[in-house]
Design a protein around this ligand. Structure first.
Ligand code: ADP
Length: 701
């Protein structure tokens, strides 16, 4: 009798526990109820209610002593919902038990409280260790809970209590652990299920939000039920409402392909994706927008399959409006074509290379010199691949410099022209930088300047030729003037010679003829010497010579003239050798000219002083005289060909007017200088500087 009623009661309790799990789920995951479930009060209340129900369906084993599932409910309450819920539930059950009265009240209430304490202990265990050893923990706690339910009636329930404990021992020890274990399973399962449902709802919500917020248009079409859904961007892009889109999909609207031909409905991406089961990616399609007219879309369509089915049940399409991008692209292409035509028609060689010096762009002229028909044949190649070995290394060297960031502007290089012949080009290469300023290549432009260079050279030659002709003309004019005087004297004297028979007079004229012949010869020698010096061919000054003896000899040469003139020569000689890289003959000639002038343009009783001075790198020769001196204006011209301050005087002294120009030419050909300081009536000082030979300089240092 007892056993069958226990089974009935058990069945009732199982039903109760099942409904408890359902209600528990409701409480936990109903947002409206959650508000009342602070500190798990509502859970406690639910569990308490079921505990009370369990007590209601209890079997009264002995009067006042009940066998029921309350221990199961209370332990599980504590384990799943914590101390507050356990306290509430156990309180409710205890209260109800008290209402029932009888001898087992005290032991019943204490046992319920013990079960609540046990459940709470499991709660904290789970908080700390999670699911570790969960099954074992629940089984052990179940065993303890059964003992707890028996030990109290046995201890404080008097003799009836003890009898109850004996009688209920077996069913309790079996049912309570089994019940707790079973209820834990149900609740855990329910909790997991609820969590999964929640996760699913959350993820669906997330996707929904993403799709709604997407700037891309989205249309989902189910083949099974024909439903169509879309996002707000789809409405905006297509200019249609969601309802219109539903209708519009099936309409036979016109689609255009990129080349302007008809995009037939069965060929469009969604239809193809559905038919073939293959996703259709990046398909460009033109459609008519109700307000904007023709717009262009970039469409992606993917079929959706159910597990195990090869037939798609729906298709999902996303699309963006690329009308503006396409317009910009077309614009860009047009601009590129214009630029292309422009650079192809420029005769200059234009090219772009990458950071490795490989051609990326090349114009028609450059293609031609590189020996290719079209630019594609050149792209990816380097200078070494296309230009002859005598040109490529130089081009490459320039490229490397530019790729390091240094622009080359208008540098002259040799290259080949359109006919493959060598030519001169003016090249500019500048680095090509990306947005971050990194050099990613170079732009080059070269212009064939061979023709221009030839013209320039011709112009220069012509100018030099003209200058030479002008100089020659002036020279000849000057010479003819200087030759005319002695020639006319010659002519007159010859005439008179013919007329006179008087031997004295004839002798006088013959002397004059001889004088003039000497003069013409001197003049001719000077002119030839000057011409040689002008051509810079005679002066050689590689060898160091000592100027001391040279100067001494030159002074000696001039002594007869000085004596004749009554002029004293003063030579401040030093003992040190004066080493100069010089042509001895010419230096002697220059100093001689200066000395001769200093004597000639002097008066009887006057003096000429020669001195030398060694500076760090130069030798200074000074020729000072006490002669007639010169005005400022005369000094300006004395180094010009055939210039004489006083022509008659110069002629008298046999001067050629080339003495100083020759001296200056010689000194300058040695890298030296010549200058004059003078005042009329105060004498003149001619200063010559000559670079000392390296040996001499080394000594001085
Ligand atoms: P020239 O054969 O006439 O001496 P130079 O070329 O040697 O030709 O000198 C040019 C002119 O410079 C001379 O005619 C003279 O007028 C002037 N001149 C040159 N040296 C002196 C000097 N030491 N004192 C004054 N006049 C000088």
């Amino acid at each position: 009798m007892l056993n069958s009623s226990i089974l009935i009661s058990l069945a009732q309790n199982v039903a109760l526990l099942l409904s408890l799990t359902y209600l528990y789920g409701l409480v936990l995951h109903n947002p409206r109820l959650a508000r009342f479930n602070r500190s798990h009060l509502l859970e406690g209340l639910t569990f308490g209610l079921f505990g009370v129900l369990a007590v209601m369906t209890a079997i009264e084993v002995y009067p006042g002593f009940f066998l029921d599932a309350r221990a199961i409910v209370v332990v599980v309450t504590g384990a799943f919902s914590g101390p507050v819920a356990a306290l509430l539930a156990s309180g409710m059950i205890a209260l109800y038990r008290m209402m029932l009265g009888g001898g087992g009240v005290l032991s019943g209430v204490v046992a319920v409280m013990g079960a609540a304490a046990l459940g709470t202990a499991v709660y904290y265990y789970r908080q700390r260790y999670g699911n570790r050893n969960e099954r074992a923990v629940f089984l052990i706690v179940g065993g303890i809970a059964a003992i707890n339910a028996l030990v109290w009636p046995w201890a404080i329930g008097g003799s009836v209590g003890r009898q109850f404990a004996y009688k209920a021992a077996l069913p309790m020890l079996v049912l309570v652990p089994a019940g707790i274990y079973f209820l834990r399973l149900l609740l855990s399962y329910r909790l997991r299920q609820l969590q999964m449902e929640q996760a699913l709802r959350d993820s669906e919500e997330r996707y929904r939000t993403v799709i709604a917020a997407m700037s891309e248009g989205f249309i989902y079409r189910s083949v099974e039920d024909g439903t169509v859904s879309c996002n707000a961007s789809a409405e905006t892009i297509l200019g249609l409402s969601a309802a219109q889109i539903q209708h519009w999909i099936d309409e036979n609207w016109r689609g255009l392909r990129e080349d302007g031909t008809e995009f037939a409905a069965p060929d469009r991406p969604a239809a193809v994706a559905l038919r073939t089961g293959q996703p259709q990616l990046n398909v460009t399609m033109g459609i008519q927008h109700p307000e904007k007219g023709l717009i262009w879309l970039l469409v992606n369509s993917s079929p959706l399959f159910r597990a195990g089915s090869s037939q798609p049940y729906a298709v999902m399409s996303t699309f963006t409006d690329i009308t503006e991008r396409r317009q910009a692209q077309t614009e860009l292409l047009r601009e590129r074509d214009t630029l292309r035509t422009l650079i192809d028609n420029i005769p200059d060689y234009i090219f772009i290379k990458d950071a490795q010096g490989r051609f990326v762009v090349s114009n028609a002229a450059h293609n031609q010199i590189a020996g290719v028909q079209r630019m594609d044949e050149l792209v990816g190649k380097t200078a070494f691949d296309v230009f002859p070995p005598h040109l490529a290394p130089q081009f490459n060297e320039d490229d490397q410099m530019v790729l390091q960031g240094q622009a080359l502007v208008n540098i002259e290089r040799t290259s080949i022209d359109l006919q493959g012949k060598p030519c001169f080009v003016l090249t500019t290469k500048v680095p090509l930088r990306d947005a971050a300023g990194q050099v990613v290549g170079l732009v080059g432009i070269s212009r064939n300047i061979t023709h221009r260079k030839k013209l320039e050279e011709q112009t220069l030659q012509l100018a030099a030729e003209r200058q030479r002709a002008a100089v020659l003309h002036r020279f000849i004019t000057d010479i003819s003037h200087d030759f005319r005087t002695p020639l006319s004297i010659l002519s007159t004297s010859t005439e008179l010679l013919r007329k006179h028979t008087d031997p004295d007079k004839r002798e006088k004229h013959l002397r004059r003829i001889e004088e003039q012949i000497t003069r013409v010869t001197t003049l001719l020698d000077a002119v030839v010497e000057m011409a040689d010096l002008e051509r810079n061919v005679v002066v050689r000054h590689d060898d160091p010579i000592n100027l001391q003896p040279l100067l001494t000899e030159t002074i000696k040469d001039c002594e007869p003239l000085a004596k004749n003139k009554g002029v004293k020569l003063l030579w401040q000689q030093t003992s040190m050798p004066i080493m100069v890289n010089a042509d001895a003959h010419h230096i002697r000639r220059a100093v001689h000219n200066l000395l001769e002038n200093a004597i000639q343009y002097n008066a009887a009783g006057g003096w000429v002083m020669i001195s030398t001075q060694n500076l760090a790198t130069h030798l200074v020769i000074e020729i000072r005289d006490s002669g007639i001196g010169m005005t400022e204006a005369e000094q300006q011209h004395i180094f010009e060909h055939f210039y004489r301050a006083d022509e008659a005087r110069s002629m008298d002294t046999g001067g050629t007017g080339l003495g100083l120009p020759i001296a200056r030419k010689i000194v300058e050909a040695h890298g030296g200088t010549i200058s004059v300081e003078s005042q009329p009536g105060q004498g003149s000082t001619f200063t010559v500087t000559l670079p000392l030979s390296d040996e001499r300089v080394a000594e001085a240092v």
